[in-house]
Design a binder for this molecule. Structure first.
Ligand SMILES: *Cc1c(COP(=O)(O)O)cnc(C)c1O
Length: 403
């Protein structure tokens, strides 16, 4: 950093943390405890349906609640098939497996994501190949992706190959970061050009829409997560969703030990997984799905309140849903100005001091030791943004604490 930039930085960092803290404090004047980043919420139906499930003794997979949860989930996000899984990482792994991601192939995904996206690829013996994002949605930058693929790729009759590593490129995984839909039309067009299947990592984006279509319905298949911190929870859980009947059948088959249907024989036609969601978790999920529309409405009200509270604040912008999208605003985020890049930890410290459990965006995957050797594109936007993004408390119930 040069001397002028450093001076601006230290002046900003002297004031900004305190200004942000005062803004949040004024938004929630009646709070009486620490405010978590994202807390689960349970309605009256939750206890009764979980108890019903217990008393039925059908607590494991696969039972009636799993089937009901899958039907209602598919309807909620406008797809034909949903297959409930033990968690979102497992759902991603199964979806990638089903569309043909084989060991030693490469899967394109953003470096700016939660580690689970890359881990699902690695669990298949495949290799994550990191690409850059754009600053509107924080999703994959389609222009940069095309340039990169034209530079490193070679199309053959056997598929599209990375000529620098010799490996086949077997899929692309757009991530809808914080619930904001990635630019799916452009990404689907690129995938089509290069013959790649598209698996959406929609773990954070249940209920978000892109051009009036639900996240999860925009590629060949998608994965959701129902972990405790997501917009809906089943304790732990996830799902593969798709409009393709063949993908759905294979995902269901593979995730339940690849057992052939027979009244008593144990015959398995591949090395399958035990990844199906237990009935007990699905029961909780049914009670959660009832609340999805009101929860999204609350989160959008909260997002609007953050935007309003920080309008006119120097040194940062509030991340807004991209045009053509209606976001579930799973996590709200502020982006510090480039000049304020050095202030991030001071802001986090100040917010924690007054009881707001804010946190930074993930450390990018290519900067993690476990993925330091993975192939990657140039990542200027990822590297620029990673140190500047802070997530603010985003539980839907915070709506009722607003001033
Ligand atoms: C939560 C999350 C996952 C993984 O889901 P789990 O249910 O925790 O396994 C994957 N990708 C993203 C972007 C997530 O936020």
């Amino acid at each position: 950093m040069n001397i002028v930039a450093e001076a601006i930085n230290s002046r900003l960092c002297a004031d900004l943390p305190d200004e942000i803290a005062r803004t949040l404090d004024a938004m929630f004047p009646n709070r009486d405890a620490n405010i978590a980043l994202h807390e689960p919420q349970f309605n009256n139906r939750a206890e009764t349906i979980v108890l019903e499930c217990l008393r039925s003794t059908y607590v494991s997979s696969v039972g009636e609640y799993v089937r009901q949860f899958e039907t209602e989930l598919a309807a909620a996000c406008g797809v034909k098939h949903a297959i409930a899984m033990v968690n979102g990482t497992a759902a991603l792994e199964v979806a990638l497996n089903v569309v043909g991601v084989e060991p030693d192939s490469e899967v394109l995904l953003p470096s700016l994501t939660f580690v689970a996206t890359a881990n699902a690829v690695s669990h298949l013996g495949a290799v994550p190949h990191f690409v850059d994002v754009e600053d509107q949605s924080l999703g994959i930058d389609s222009d940069a992706l095309v340039r990169h693929l034209q530079k490193i790729g070679r199309q053959t009759v056997e598929g599209f190959f990375n000529k620098e590593t010799g490996r086949r490129i077997s899929a692309i995984v757009p991530v809808h970061v914080f619930g904001h839909p990635a630019a799916m039309d452009d990404l689907n067009a690129i995938a089509n050009t290069f013959g790649l299947p598209v698996i959406e990592d929609a773990a954070e984006a249940l209920g978000s829409q892109y051009k009036q279509k639900h996240c999860g319905s925009l590629g060949h298949a998608a994965a959701f997560s129902f972990n405790g911190n997501k917009i809906l929870t089943t304790g732990g859980g996830g799902a593969v969703v798709t409009n393709d009947g063949k993908i759905a059948d294979l995902a269901r088959h593979l995730s339940s030990t690849a057992k052939l249907v027979h009244p008593w024989e144990f015959e398995h036609d591949s090395v399958g997984y035990n990844y199906r969601m237990p009935n007990l978790n699905a029961a909780l999920g049914i009670s959660q799905l009832m609340d999805l529309p009101t929860r999204i409405a609350s989160k959008r009200t909260l997002a609007a309140a953050y935007e309003c509270a920080f309008s006119g604040q120097d040194g940062l912008t509030v991340l807004k849903e991209p045009s053509h999208a209606i976001s579930n605003y799973w996590l709200n985020a502020i982006i510090l100005d480039s000049a304020a890049v050095g202030c991030r930890d001071a802001v986090l410290e100040e917010l924690h001091k007054i009881g707001f459990m804010a946190r930074p965006i993930w450390k990018p995957m290519h900067q993690q030791l476990i993925y330091a050797d993975a192939p990657r594109a140039k990542l200027p936007v990822t590297e620029n943004l990673a140190g500047r993004i802070i997530n603010l408390p985003s539980s839907p119930q915070l709506k009722d604490l607003l001033k």
